[in-house]
Design a protein around this ligand. Structure first.
Ligand SMILES: [Zn+2]
Length: 662
């Protein structure tokens, strides 16, 4: 779910008639929702506006759990509630009922989401009866529970281990810190889940705010040369530097942030600097974040972890020292372990997780993964502005009933691509563009035969898809410079808008490769490159300024349309490496079922943003039937395939591990 701008959450109240109802929906709403809204909007520093839209009615359901409960509640509410423009659904169970657990529904739970009023609802939260009473008389408890569920919708993982009932095992990683840690208990205060005395340190961690794009790039100090001194402002106040991040490996980082007895940290025993490590390879519940420095006898991190002036803490050899505390923040110094080489030498590929070390050589800054995306975009635009223009000889063939809008759209959308690839395409090349409606199938088969193509081998289901205007609405065959576009509907803008530039990219791949007989390049690359340049080279409407933000919105909607089927958010770096390995060369065409388009686009973007366009085009012309693609890639990028895959996987994790879409 997007973490910026306005998101709309439907609030439904359900009842299973297990107990006598004691509260109105208005009362239950007021206990749970306004505090959640205040928490999340404040944590976002104003970047998120969350609107909860309640349906004040108890919906009677038979017993149901998880995704099925959310779906049943939506179905019951649908006749009287408008779900169009709803991003998530919060289902609150009758507090008198028991046995319905807190749960969060995110895309991986169900492949297709829940359809209602034209919306595809991909997120939901159940405010279960298991947690209704645990807050006792504490009014903020309900709000934290709901905010935490919405936190999952936004893409954040559990920092405690909810599978453990023993509270030491459960809360060993971060204790009470952050929204995704334990928002209820203090350590050791009675009962297996602890007591409910105070909520310590519930302000959202700076790392999570950064993941949600609630911090600007300059609010995170990425430290790669030592010693480094940084002034941190408390996370509970707006503005200033919120986190120091020290990369420990491509997937791990050390983080420090400032905590004051303010906001949701008002109950901490003292103020100070919180130090933790982040490991993005660790899934939810297994300690992706670990807080250091607590002296709590219960082994659960508590306020004793907060460093005061004069304190030092050493984590994996790196020393964090608090120099001074002023009214606006904490001044800290980070030193590297004895003998640590300077950052330049240790930074390949560099900054942890959401960080990618962009500069390969001289300077040693850390950038967010976004910087890679930005560099990829700007190198594409730079090449486009320098290109010699579209001089390709085009021959256009149009079937008897083809719609003229389709013809003009196809030609318009090819222009940037022809200009961009002009150095790669032979100067005397003639490209034949065949535009046909589905109804003119016989004409098309005849036309294709003239170009040496056998359209009779196109499977029947493809024709059916084309007739329905669904996926595959454009079909490109590139051999011998012929591109086919088959479309009956004169649609102006849709998800297939990038198809002409996509198919043209395949044509360039095959021209440079020198053989179209058999595809032996990995599918993640072949389709990923076509997907990237498809989006990047599709002309932007004249009224819109050609800027990075506009490109990213097109890129994100393309990726989202291509990726919703797979568990992209939950994948670790090693999952992505496996994904790259699994999407190697295909005997036939690369399967659209394996989702190579969305993540493949992101992989291409990494190579382009990190290593530049020149190496990419060199690599394309070095590919050929006589050499292995692995050796070409290794020579192009100067590292081994496993190393390259890890770098790409870190970027994939950084892009998809963030809340999606973003
Ligand atoms: Zn393709």
């Amino acid at each position: 779910m997007q973490s910026e701008g306005t998101v709309r959450v439907a609030v439904l109240f359900v009842d299973f008639d297990y107990g006598e109802r004691r509260q109105s929906t208005e009362e239950v709403f007021n206990i749970n929702v306004p505090a959640a809204e205040r928490y999340l909007e404040a944590a976002s520093y104003g970047k998120l506006n969350i609107e909860f839209e309640p349906l004040h009615e108890w919906l009677e359901l038979s017993y149901n759990v998880g995704y099925w409960l959310i779906r049943a509640a939506i179905e019951r509410a649908d006749p009287v509630f408008d779900f169009s423009d709803i991003d998530s659904v919060l289902v609150i169970t009758d507090p008198a009922d028991w046995g319905v657990d807190l749960d969060t529904f995110i895309p991986e739970t169900s492949s297709a989401g829940i359809l209602a009023d034209g919306s595809r609802i991909m997120h939901g939260v159940i405010r279960g009866s298991d947690v209704h009473d645990q807050g006792g008389s504490r009014p903020e408890w309900g709000g934290y529970v709901v905010a935490r569920g919405i936190g999952h919708n936004l893409g954040l993982v559990d920092l405690d281990n909810p599978g453990e009932t023993d509270f030491i095992s459960r809360d060993q990683y971060v204790g009470n810190f952050g929204l995704m840690g334990n928002v209820a208990t203090t350590s050791g205060n009675g009962g297996s889940l602890g007591g409910f005395v105070s909520m310590y340190g519930t302000e959202m961690l700076a790392w999570h705010r950064w993941q949600l794009a609630w911090l600007d790039e300059d609010q995170v100090a990425c430290v790669t040369s030592f010693p480094a001194t940084v002034r941190l402002t408390p996370v509970a106040v707006v503005g200033g530097t919120k986190a120091v991040v020290v990369p420990l490996s491509p997937t791990r980082a050390l983080v420090a942030e400032s905590r004051r007895k303010l906001g949701h940290d008002a109950n901490t025993i003292r103020s100070g600097v919180l130090v933790y490590t982040v490991d993005t390879t660790k899934p939810s519940g297994t300690g992706p974040i670990i807080v250091y420095g607590s002296s709590s006898s219960s082994k659960i991190p508590d306020s004793s972890a907060l460093l005061k002036p004069g304190d030092t803490l050493i984590v994996e050899g790196y020393q964090v020292a608090v120099e001074e505390r002023t009214s606006d923040g904490d001044l800290i110094t980070i030193s590297a372990p004895e003998g640590t080489a300077v950052a330049e030498a240790t930074m390949t590929p560099a900054c942890a997780a959401d960080l990618i070390h962009v500069s390969v050589g001289s300077s040693s800054q850390c950038h967010a993964a976004e910087a890679v995306s930005r560099d990829a975009f700007s190198s594409t635009r730079a090449r486009l502005s320098e290109s010699r223009g579209d001089t390709t000889d085009l021959k256009i063939r149009v079937s008897p009933t083809a719609h003229s809008v389709v013809v003009s759209n196809v030609l318009t959308r090819l222009q940037n691509g022809l200009a961009f690839w002009s150095n790669e395409l032979p100067a005397d090349l003639q490209i034949v563009i065949v535009v046909s409606s589905v109804a003119d199938r016989e004409w098309l088969i005849e036309e294709a035969r003239d170009h040496g193509h056998d359209m009779n081998s196109v499977p029947e289901r493809m024709w059916k898809q084309l007739a329905e205007g669904g996926p595959g609405a454009f079909l490109g065959l590139y051999k011998t410079g012929v591109l086919y576009f088959i479309r009956s509907e004169p649609l102006e803008e849709d998800v297939w808008v990038s198809a002409p530039a996509h198919e043209l990219t395949h044509h360039v791949q095959e021209s440079l490769y020198g053989s179209a007989e058999r595809r032996i390049l990995p599918c993640w690359w072949e389709e990923g490159e076509a997907a990237y340049f498809g989006v990047a080279l599709t002309p932007i409407p004249a009224a819109v300024e050609v800027d990075y933000e506009y490109f990213m919105s097109m890129r994100d909607s393309f990726i989202e349309a291509q990726t919703y089927r797979i568990d992209a958010n939950g994948r670790s770096v090693s999952d992505w490496t496996e994904w790259l390995e699994a999407n190697g060369p295909s005997e036939g065409i690369c399967s659209s079922e394996s989702d190579v388009y969305g993540p493949g686009l992101v992989a291409t973007e990494y190579l382009l943003g990190q290593y530049g366009l020149a190496r990419m085009t060199n690599m394309m012309s070095a590919f050929g039937p006589a050499v292995s693609w692995q050796s070409v890639m290794e020579q192009t990028y100067g590292i081994t395939i496993p190393q390259l895959y890890e770098e790409i996987s870190v970027h994939l994790r950084a892009v998809f591990g963030r809340p999606w879409p973003h």
